[in-house]
Design a protein around this ligand. Structure first.
Ligand SMILES: [Zn+2]
Length: 93
């Protein structure tokens, strides 16, 4: 029995990869977050996507995503430190 009930058209849509840049930031209100943006920010600070406070960020690197940009997710401290140390999220799971 197959769990794949998607049509060929929706499969094509969900496999589209978009280039993006990943950054990590620590907001004093919201905690540590990871963001994916279409382009890297020009300044050394970026507004928190949750509360709009300007925060210093770390550029993690370029990647590809199937999620519409921009998006963000809250990050655990240990996993975020792993990201920054290795710049390889697949090593952190
Ligand atoms: Zn915030």
């Amino acid at each position: 029995m197959s769990l794949n009930t998607r049509s060929p058209i929706s499969q094509a849509n969900t496999t589209t990869l978009t280039p993006c840049v990943y950054i990590a930031m620590r907001c004093p209100h919201c905690g540590e977050l990871r963001l994916a943006l279409a382009t890297a920010p020009n300044s050394g600070e970026i507004a928190c996507p949750l509360c709009a406070k300007l925060c210093v960020f770390v550029l993690l690197g370029a990647g590809l995503t199937t999620t519409p940009l921009p998006f963000h997710e809250l990050q655990s401290s240990a996993r975020l430190r792993c990201w920054i140390a290795h710049l390889a999220p697949t090593d952190c799971s």
